[in-house]
Write a protein that binds this ligand. Structure first.
Ligand code: KIV
Length: 276
C-alpha cells in the first residue's frame, strides 16, 4: 500500500483489443477500473491501468442516483470525452446506458456510433446475453468493438429485485455459460462477469478464448475490475465481500477540508507567503 510512485516507462504499450487477447494467451492478468472524469483518468493511465471503464455506475457514483437506470447517453458521452482527453495508453470502454440498445438494433448502433464519434471511445459495453445478440451483431458490423457483461446486470435490477450473487443454481449457471459462448461467437472482444460463484467464472474463462474480466467473480478469470470510488474508499456506503479498499480517501479528504475550514475561520489562511 505504501508503494512509491513509479516513473512512467517510455516502453508502455498502447492497449488494444488485440493486446488484451495476447494477454489472455500469455496468462497475463488484465487490470480494469472505472473512471468518469479527466483528473481520475489521468492518474489511472499514469499508473498503467490496462482498461478504463466509463461505467454507467456514474449514475450512482457521480450523480447520486440509486440505480444505473437514469443516466442518459448524453451524460455518458460527457463523462467518456473527459476520460478520453486524459489518457495515452489504456483502452477506454464505455457503457451503453439503459434504454439505448435493448430491443432495437438500429437504436443500439446509433447509440454506439455517437459514443465512438462524440467521445472518441475505443469500445462499448452492453449488459445481457442472447437477448441482445442482434444489437451486438449490428454494432460489430460497423467495426465497433463490444465488451459483454453477464451475471449481475445492474440495468435489470427491477427484474431481479436484489443485488445478490447470481447463477448459484445449476440452470442459471448453464444459461450463463451458454450466453458467454454466444457473446464470444458473436465477436465480443471480452466479457465482464459480475458477482457469480468463483468456480463458474473460472469455468467460463477456461471455456472461452476471449478475456473474461471479473468483479466479485473470484480469481480464476483473466482480469479484475472495480469501481474506482469503492476501491479508493471515497464511497463508504458500499462494502460487499468482494471489495478490497486500497485507500481511505473519504477520511483523508474529510480531514483536509476540515483543516481548510478551520484555517479560514481563524484567519490563518492565506498567510504572508500565500498572498500578493
Ligand atoms: O458500470 C460499472 O461500473 C460496471 C462495472 C461494475 C463492471 O459495469
Amino acid at each position: 500500500m505504501d508503494k512509491k510512485i513509479a516513473p512512467v516507462s517510455s516502453e508502455v504499450k498502447k492497449i488494444t483489443t488485440h493486446v488484451l487477447q495476447e494477454m489472455k494467451v500469455k496468462h497475463e492478468k488484465i487490470s480494469m477500473l472505472t473512471a468518469y472524469d479527466y483528473s481520475m483518468a489521468k492518474i489511472l493511465d499514469h499508473a498503467g491501468i490496462d482498461i478504463i471503464l466509463v461505467g454507467d455506475s456514474a449514475s450512482n457514483v457521480m450523480a447520486g442516483h440509486e440505480t444505473t437506470l437514469p443516466i442518459t447517453l448524453d451524460q455518458m458521452i460527457y463523462h467518456a470525452s473527459s476520460v478520453i482527453r486524459a489518457i495515452e495508453n489504456c483502452l477506454v470502454v464505455v457503457d451503453l446506458p439503459f434504454g439505448t440498445y435493448q430491443g432495437n438494433s438500429k437504436t443500439a448502433l446509433d447509440s454506439s456510433i455517437r459514443i465512438m464519434k462524440e467521445a472518441g471511445a475505443h469500445a462499448v459495453k452492453m449488459e445481457g446475453g442472447r437477448e441482445i445478440k442482434e444489437s451486438i451483431d449490428r454494432i460489430l458490423t460497423a467495426g465497433i468493438p463490444v465488451m459483454g457483461h453477464l451475471g449481475l446486470t445492474p440495468q435489470s435490477i427491477y427484474k431481479f429485485g436484489t443485488y445478490t450473487v447470481r447463477a448459484r443454481q445449476e440452470e442459471e449457471a448453464k444459461r450463463l455459460l451458454e450466453d458467454a459462448k454466444i457473446l464470444e461467437e458473436a465477436g465480443c472482444f471480452a466479457i465482464v462477469l459480475e458477482k457469480i460463484p468463483a468456480d463458474l467464472a473460472a469455468l467460463v474463462a477456461q471455456e472461452l478464448t476471449i478475456p473474461v474480466i471479473g468483479i466479485g467473480a473470484g480469481n480464476g478469470v483473466d482480469g479484475q475490475v472495480l469501481v474506482l470510488h469503492d476501491m479508493l474508499g471515497i464511497n463508504k456506503d458500499f462494502s460487499p465481500r468482494f471489495l478490497r479498499r486500497y485507500a481511505s480517501l473519504y477520511e483523508e479528504m474529510l480531514g483536509a477540508v476540515q483543516n481548510y475550514i478551520e484555517d479560514v475561520k481563524r484567519v490563518d489562511f492565506p498567510n504572508e507567503r500565500e498572498q500578493y
